[in-house]
Ligand binder design. Structure first.
Ligand code: SF4
Ligand code: SF4
Length: 439
């Protein structure tokens, strides 16, 4: 980084960081024990929330020069936001991190191939659900045609980074594109009608995890909801937002708000913690555009996770939930817990299943290492965190690990595979498990 680059970054921090929010941190350190990277790095301050805030403030004040080490400190943050609920000052760490990453991303010198890959993913893929569907169609073809088996045999995936090769093994069976296209956009309630809800289908949830979206729809119907699937909705924008591509994320937010306004539903339902946390901050994302901020506010007031709406509608009291005898445990989605504040409801639902013995896992509220694309871009730290998480799973003796976010689900599947427990322990989304359990 040249001196001129450093000065430009400092200037951008000065102009764009929320200085009041930086000042909010009173350096008490209450957040330190909740931070996975602080713990996993042997308590290094620069990998803690307090340390990172101090570095951001130092750059903004012009007393700290940005360098590779600081960029690494911010890159190593999981963005899990476990530091927020425990902060007595209510520091909005997630917003500070997003702003700092956006500035650093803007100034990053990238090679042409990296720029092209980023452009392809953040501009060319996620903002176009039809392309995500096409990509899933290719994955399905790869899985069904026998290429997957041949590829594994000849070590084709060894050409890719280890972290991607590991992920390939645990991806679920992708649906056929025509299956996705054939799904209706309206589903009527079962029994007594209690609400009309609009489902936020998501990009990965409506392709690779299509089955889980269908389970979610069935649960909502059984709970007494008319379910509508608004057209023209797309990916929430979280992957763009977390990777410093805020402008694109804002465009995606606007398209989603418009799509759901037309549905006029009582609630907007999500089944992915990572998406819901991004969706619920659309008003913050669009805060500088008053008209959109107002529409975003209306949007976020309707947002609810699937577990929360089911508990609100007394689903576990009006339906008998039953499974074969087994021990189950729950891994929180960080964003569902720390941003949506939904953590009691999944446990209430799981504890009401007859035959299932629910065991709370020590540290269920700490990140599993998935964190969006973190396990791809920071594989070493992600695997260190995951292996420690699997030690905690082992202590519960659970045969079923339940999660509420696609990234966490894949990560737990990977953890099971790494721990050599495939076939003995399974990881499952809460919507799939509840549908399996309901009479
Ligand atoms: S708990 Fe909050 S105020 Fe205290 S050091 Fe951490 S971020 Fe700062
Ligand atoms: S978001 Fe998570 S990893 Fe990052 S500073 Fe906060 S607790 Fe630590």
């Amino acid at each position: 980084m040249t001196t001129s680059d450093k000065k430009k970054i400092q200037q951008d921090f000065k102009e764009n960081m929320d200085y009041d929010e930086l000042l909010n941190c009173m350096r008490c350190g209450f957040c330190l024990p909740s931070c996975p990277t602080y713990i996993e790095t042997g308590h290094q301050e620069k990998y803690s929330p307090r340390g990172r805030i101090a570095l951001m403030k130092g750059i903004t004040d012009g007393v700290v020069e940005p360098d590779e080490d600081i960029a690494h400190s911010l890159d190593l943050c999981l963005g899990c936001r476990a530091c927020e609920p425990v902060c007595p000052s209510g520091v909005q760490y997630g917003h500070l991190l997003a702003d700092a990453r956006t500035i650093l991303q803007h100034h990053k010198k990238q090679s042409v191939p990296v720029k092209m890959v980023r452009k392809g993913i953040f501009n060319g893929l996620f903002p176009h659900q039809d392309r995500v569907e096409k990509a899933t169609g290719l994955l399905g073809f790869y899985q069904r045609s026998g290429l997957e088996k041949v590829g594994r045999k000849i070590g084709f995936m060894n050409l890719f980074p280890k972290s991607m090769a590991a992920m390939e093994k645990i991806l679920p069976q992708a649906p056929k594109r025509r299956e996705i296209k054939a799904r209706p956009r309206y589903f009527a309630h079962d029994g007594e009608k209690k609400a009309t809800v609009a489902l936020f289908t998501g990009c990965l949830m409506d392709t690779i995890f299509f089955k889980t979206n269908n389970a979610t729809i069935k649960l909502l119907q059984k709970a007494g909801c008319d379910v509508v699937i608004p057209e023209n909705q797309l990916c929430c924008g979280a992957l763009n937002g977390h990777n410093g591509e805020m402008e694109k994320a804002r465009e995606m937010a606007k398209q989603n708000i418009e799509a759901f306004e037309k549905s006029d539903a009582d609630y907007i339902i999500t089944n992915a913690g990572g998406c819901s946390a991004f969706l619920i901050e659309y008003d913050h994302l669009l805060k500088d555009e008053p008209e959109w901020a107002k529409r975003a506010k209306h949007f976020v007031t309707k947002l609810k996770d699937i577990s929360a709406i089911l508990v609100d509608l007394d689903f576990q009291k009006t339906h008998r939930l039953r499974l074969p005898e087994q021990t189950i445990t729950y891994q929180d989605s960080c964003h569902l817990r720390n941003v949506m504040h939904t953590f009691r409801e999944p446990r209430m639902l799981l504890q009401s299943i007859e035959g299932a013995h629910f065991v709370e896992m020590e540290g269920a509220d700490t990140c599993c290492g998935s964190a969006g694309d973190y396990n791809i871009v920071q594989p070493e730290m992600a695997m260190q965190i995951l292996d420690h998480k699997m030690e905690k799973v082992e202590k519960t003796a659970a045969k079923t690990i339940v999660t509420a976010n696609p990234g966490c689900l894949l990560e737990m599947k990977l953890g099971v595979d790494r721990a050599g427990k495939s076939g003995k322990v399974r990881a499952v989304h809460i919507a799939d498990l509840l549908l399996e359990a309901v009479d």
